[in-house]
Design a protein around this ligand. Sequence first.
Ligand SMILES: NCC(=O)N[C@@H](Cc1c[nH]cn1)C(=O)O
Ligand SMILES: [Zn+2]
Ligand SMILES: [Zn+2]
Length: 477
Amino acid sequence: MAAPKEFLDFVDTKADFFIQRLSDAVAIKSVSGDPQYRSKVIEMSHWIKDQFSAVGVETVHRDLGKQTVEGKELQLPPAVLGRLGNDPGKKTVLVYGHFDVQPANRSDGWDTEPFELTVKENGQLIGRGSSDDKGPVLGWLNILQYHHEQKKELPVNFRCCFEGMEESGSEGLDALVERESKPGGWFEGVDCVCISDNYWLNTRTPVITYGLRGLTYFKLIVEGPARDLHSGVFGRMVHEPMTDLIALMSKLVDVKGNILIPDVDNMVSIADDKERELYERLDYSIADVESAIGSSTTLSSDKVEVAMGRMRMPSLSLHGIEGAFYGTGAKTVIPAKVIGKFSIRLVPPQTPDNINPLVEKYINEEFAKLGSKNKCKLEFEHGGKPWVGDISHWNYEAAQRATRAVYGKEPDMTREGGSIPVTLTFAESLGVNVLLLPMGRGDDGAHSTNEKLDRSNFIEGTKLLGTYLYEIAAIAK
Ligand SMILES: NCC(=O)N[C@@H](Cc1c[nH]cn1)C(=O)O
Ligand SMILES: [Zn+2]
Ligand SMILES: [Zn+2]
């Protein structure tokens, strides 16, 4: 069953309205990782709830409790659950997305204000969260608006789960999903899950995604003196926390991306020729990567190695050092306490449970080798397991048909390098098939400066998600 032409025309006609609504969403600074914006994330949860209620969805807020940040209790933003339709003759589709965003400041290098959606003449909609993940969440809203205003029944029963902590470890969400998946819970009867929260590999070819890497995120704290010191007065007299930290961080990963923590890299199988062929066939080139990152700095010139680096290998990244001097000028200080941040993206069979003890043991051994009198502590921040789905399921068939119908192209089947920890929880708690059907392109710059979503991806992506619902109804009676 193809999506009705009236739906596709409606999406085209309403394009400017949809973009204005995206602009309203982007304007709410729902940064989950920074406590000062927590009220904005909560405001965003109300905005989302009101918007979905207005198009006929029964919505509720689900309290996720509190989190402790630096000794202080902080309210978690409530999750928004929605439902529409309960026809036993239809499939029930659960969609997941998030309304929180990564931090963004103009001074990070943005060309425009990150929380003001800038509509460029070339069709780019620039603003934090435009692609990750407010645009895709609003894509579902656009579809529901058509059915509500035109008094058309949806081809499936619709359920949604939107959260405001995805960029910060999805605190509290696993427990909620497990609860709501039980008989009588909000997700009872769900037949499949669709997540739109990732990207094409390039700027041409749509993708359907059947895997995500997991994640384990650490804080490495080194402290010594009671306060910051004058480096002229105390340099070469004391063990410097920053020197210790840099020594430790330099032993985690080498410049070729090899993880130096014993047994982490070699927990993963080596791809055989048949598997390498899957990566060879992807519409993905070194030039695509270079254009997305804005430089020619890939670790290899072999496309398969680079693609596998993102999709089927673990990676360790050093993110930053809290407490280090980073301003302009030349402050001659010895920081008293520094906190290194690093994370490892995980692939099967790796999980935080089997990787974290290896990291802890290694850090302790390496710190002991330094002979430092400073104190060193490793803290696990948050994490999630990797996920790989079953592409032979009708859910994937529906997404493939929808992609062909809207884009006239065969989608690339990808595994994503990013992490959405709740994906595996949906798959396991509900026991149903899960897929990712992204809206944005590979050069959207999610998490980066000048994040954008192309107008055509927002509009055609809305059609894609809507068509997918019709294809489910057609295939899976
Ligand atoms: N679009 C998915 C995404 O960006 N996920 C984040 C999740 C995360 C975990 N910790 C911080 N963010 C990702 O980085 O993959
Ligand atoms: Zn996201
Ligand atoms: Zn993200």
